[in-house]
Design a protein around this ligand. Structure first.
Ligand SMILES: [Zn+2]
Length: 413
């Protein structure tokens, strides 16, 4: 049985094959006649393609379905482990990788902390993680890996696979996709981490059935991915979605971009921690002080969330303020884009209603009532693996839409 797509140009060059595979992927199980109805491909061709897909191990027959009066149809379903994808998330302080099957099920995971900023050292860590993921279950899936998707912070040229400028690292215009491709000889697609996360939520998360939404990640920085009519909006130079630099308080602190009071300077996790420290340093009473035994440097977001649960006034205030700042920015986005949902992802959602209550109140007060009536503001569901899962969908998208990934301009087979 052949199931290695890389060796199989006949399979992958056939657009009808890709279409049939996508239809089967979209259904838990489906009959041949139903595929004919959904694709307008002739019954004979569908039969031939299904036979081919079965011989390659991509689909299997799974018994009989309900009859529509005639013979009971044989049902077909995808074998999700016929092809495997690697998704990598390069964050400022951590590199996370997942091995996923065609349905987004995680079958391997590797994470390393990162304090490096030099390209060679970071790429070494990325390559190590990919090698570790390849070795999962005694290299059981290695030959089935069809590509590597990478999401990373900063400005990325998605079409060329270049990391143009990641603010936290000392490099510019680094051809990350080409470098990783040279090492593993597999298709590699690079995208910005926030855009990858939004795509992850669209494929396997809370945005599955949504066409118009924004997925906002609030962690060490703030960025987003914007979907309009089911398509990720990138902008003319691929920086669309950088909402961290919406000004939400003109008198606010200096931002890395040189402006004052950007969302990024007020509502990120580091900003939350800094504001908490400042208030306690000024003498405000807080349970946080004893929780860290007076060592203010030990304050982190988990301690602030914990203190909020203990009804600590300072923790409640800083989280409420964070929700308000986010709410101001989100209200502006809603007014401009009229989306069906704003999805909030990242570490901040662990604060739950301590942030979301003031966030929703602010949006209600500041957004126009007409778009506000239609929008839902909800947390994402992919959690800390979200960017890595999203990165894997960069490959899945090409595979299920274009078969051999041949329309890609990046380092693909
Ligand atoms: Zn800024």
């Amino acid at each position: 049985m052949k199931n290695n797509l890389k060796d199989n140009s006949e399979f992958s060059s056939d657009i009808n094959t890709t279409l049939v595979l996508k239809i089967i992927w979209e259904h838990s199980s489906i009959s041949r006649s139903n595929i004919v109805n959904k694709t307008n491909i002739t019954a004979a061709t569908v039969s031939r393609i299904v036979k081919k897909l079965i011989s390659y191990g991509f689909v299997k027959e799974v018994g009989y379905g309900e009859s529509n009066g005639g013979r009971k149809p044989i049902m077909i379903e995808l074998n999700p482990k016929a092809a495997i994808v690697i998704g990598i998330d390069i964050e400022i302080d951590e590199i996370n990788g997942v091995l996923v099957d065609l349905k987004g099920n995680i079958i391997g995971r590797e994470t390393v902390k990162n304090k490096e900023v030099e390209q060679g050292k970071i790429l070494k860590k990325v390559k190590d993680i990919i090698n570790q993921l390849m070795s999962v279950n005694n290299y059981k899936y290695k030959e089935k890996v069809i590509g590597i998707g990478i999401g990373m912070h900063g400005l990325v040229d998605y079409y060329k696979g270049i990391s143009i400028y990641p603010p936290a690292f000392r490099w510019s215009n680094l051809p990350v996709a080409e470098i990783v491709h040279a090492e593993f000889k597999l298709p590699v697609i690079l995208d910005n981490n926030d855009r990858a996360l939004a795509q992850g939520e669209k494929w396997f998360g809370v945005a599955k059935n949504m066409q118009n939404f924004i997925c906002l990640k609030v962690g060490a920085g703030i960025g987003s991915g914007i979907f309009t009519n089911g398509i990720l909006y990138r902008g003319v130079s691929m920086s669309a979605g950088e909402i961290g630099h919406i000004v939400v308080d003109e008198d606010g602190p200096l931002c890395v971009c040189g402006n004052y009071g950007c969302l990024d300077s007020l509502a990120t996790i580091p900003a939350l921690i800094e504001r908490t420290k400042k208030i306690i340093r000024q003498g405000a009473e807080s349970k946080i002080y004893s929780m860290v035994n007076g060592r203010l440097d030990a304050i982190n977001e988990d301690i602030i969330f914990e203190a909020a649960k203990k009804d600590d006034a300072i923790a409640l205030q800083v989280l409420r303020d964070t929700g308000r700042y986010l709410g101001i920015a989100i209200a502006n986005i809603i007014n401009v884009l009229n989306p069906e949902a704003v999805i909030v992802e990242g570490k901040i959602i662990e604060a739950g209603e301590f942030v979301f209550q003031s966030l929703r109140e602010t949006v209600k007060n500041k957004a126009l009532s007409y778009p506000f009536k239609k929008v839902r503001i909800i947390p994402g569901v992919l959690g800390s693996d979200g960017v890595a899962i999203g990165a894997s969908t960069l490959i899945l998208e090409r595979f299920l839409n274009f078969g051999r990934l041949k329309l890609a301009k990046q380092y693909l087979l």
